[in-house]
Design a protein around this ligand. Structure first.
Ligand SMILES: Cc1cc2nc3c(=O)[nH]c(=O)nc-3n(C[C@H](O)[C@H](O)[C@H](O)COP(=O)(O)OP(=O)(O)OC[C@H]3O[C@@H](n4cnc5c(N)ncnc54)[C@H](O)[C@@H]3O)c2cc1C
Length: 432
């Protein structure tokens, strides 16, 4: 139980400089942290009362999957935002700070003021880091000069203004090296922009370019042919092995490093009317520089149990976890119950059998009103929830994306409900 003095949500440190000690400390109160906290509260009922704290610096929580729709003018940013305080489950202590260091040998997390928070079990889910400053000139011009990004709460609405203003020149969409959160998001907004232009008779006036660091439009080969067909249908030019390195906003020029098939690297200067940037992404520095990190900087966990590979009382899920699933809220929905069960088993001595199969999903908005729903597990195994060919963009999936999934997130998942539509391997004809 907590050793600190608690006044509402405010904690006063003990004499040892320890802010508190809890059964469970959760680092990060985003999609993963809130879902795990809510799940633990449900499990705590019936005599297994666990003290739980969330370390989270932000007072705002966003439904990030909605940002594609914000950039396309379907949602407002306000619709994707709630106060963090309204989501912290009753009885859970919110420590409003960012974790600055991890000391797993001493079962404690350090805060920027030097205070420590102790735990019996630790759940690490601070998301991933968006490395905006890795692109020269980007931070100075983001939100102006036609430079926008759905990856920023401050600039996704500007994406929609840029799309509406398009009437000539190039609309350029970038995608950095993987992994990124929601790997399909860079192309979702591109298709919606193209569809908007088509509906307004301007598609022929604007050249659309997709500039990808990688060599494939999507990581799961099963979904590549329909996505290539979608891009072709809009006349989108695909430019593989092109990495954005710098932006000159006032001159409306984007600079790319291009790696040729022979490995030779050259530079390309691309003029744009609109530039949608997906920033380079990586593990948070606080994880990368900690004993919890794997070689790539993510939290080193077993892919099935989500338990740390070296510290038995540490778990991780969400974007920060060093697992190979798609970094999505959909993944969090299925990871959280595994972490909750395993933490409870660890603390109460029960059996620990729950495992995660790598499920993730990516609803690709191929046009206004239609979505191709890509669902898959570890190794890119296609495992849809519905017995319909998932390569076909459908109206029903648009309703899922715009209505059902936001409802599921706010009203079920973040409240600890484990509602799920079971996914499984299914066979479909080869041809679309
Ligand atoms: C444009 C876009 C489109 C997307 N589309 C989809 C989609 O269609 N479907 C889908 O399933 N997913 C989608 N996602 C991905 C999804 O939003 C993320 O995968 C999901 O939010 C991950 O949850 P998380 O809790 O790991 O990270 P987050 O939800 O990002 O939460 C991390 C939390 O940790 C906090 N934090 C950071 N550093 C620290 C620290 N040092 N100490 C304590 N707390 C810290 C942050 O403030 C934040 O609240 C999309 C994301 C974006 C940006």
């Amino acid at each position: 139980m907590a050793r600190s003095v608690s006044t509402g949500n405010a904690l006063v440190p003990g004499e040892d400089g320890q802010l508190g000690a809890f059964d469970v400390v959760i680092v990060g109160g985003g999609a993963a942290g809130i879902t795990v906290a809510a799940g633990l509260r449900k499990y705590s009922r019936g005599g297994r009362n666990l003290s739980v704290a969330i370390i989270e610096p932000s007072d705002r929580h966003f439904y990030q999957p909605g940002w594609t729709l914000v950039g396309a003018g379907v949602f407002t940013m306000k619709q994707t935002e709630r106060p963090e305080a309204s989501l912290i489950p009753p009885g859970v202590c919110w420590i409003r700070a960012a974790a600055s260091a991890f000391e797993p040998e001493r079962d404690r997390v350090t805060l920027p003021n030097g205070m420590h928070v102790g735990y019996r079990a630790l759940v690490v889910c601070p998301g991933l880091q968006l490395n905006w400053s890795a692109i020269d000139g980007l931070t100075e011009t983001l939100g102006r000069n036609g430079v926008c990004s759905n990856y920023s709460a401050d600039h996704a609405e500007y994406t929609w203004r840029c799309i509406q203003a398009l009437d000539g020149g190039n609309a350029v969409f970038t995608q950095p090296a993987m992994p990124i959160k929601c790997a399909g998001a860079p192309q979702k907004i591109m298709y919606l922009a193209a569809d908007h232009l088509r509906r307004h008779g301007k598609l022929r006036d604007v050249g659309i370019d997709f500039m990808l660091t990688g060599e494939a439009i999507f990581g799961v080969p099963f979904f590549v042919p329909p996505l290539l067909a979608t891009a072709k249908g809009y006349g989108i030019r695909l430019n593989y092995r092109h990495t954005l390195t710098a932006v000159d906003g006032p001159a409306r020029k984007a600079i790319f490093s291009v790696t040729g098939a022979d490995g030779a690297v050259s530079e390309l200067v691309k003029p744009f009317s609109m530039l949608h940037v997906t920033p380079p992404q990586g593990a948070p520095d606080v994880i990368r520089n900690s004993p919890l990190a794997n070689e790539a900087g993510w939290v080193s966990v077993d892919p099935a149990t989500l338990r740390h590979t070296r510290y038995a009382n540490v778990f991780s899920l969400g974007d920060a976890a060093g697992t190979s699933n798609a970094k999505t809220a959909a993944a969090v929905r299925l990871q959280a119950p595994v972490v909750v069960r395993r933490v409870v088993a660890l603390l109460t001595g029960g059996p620990a059998t729950a495992t995660y199969d790598g499920y993730g999903s990516c609803p690709l908005t191929t046009e206004y009103g239609k979505v191709l729903l890509a669902e898959f597990t570890y190794g890119g195994k296609v495992e849809p929830s519905f017995p319909l060919d998932p390569r076909v963009p459908r109206k029903s999936n648009w309703l899922l994306k715009t209505r059902f999934l936001p409802y599921l997130y706010w009203n079920r998942m973040l409240r600890g409900s484990e509602i799920d539509i079971p996914h499984k391997p299914r066979r479909f004809e080869d041809a679309r």
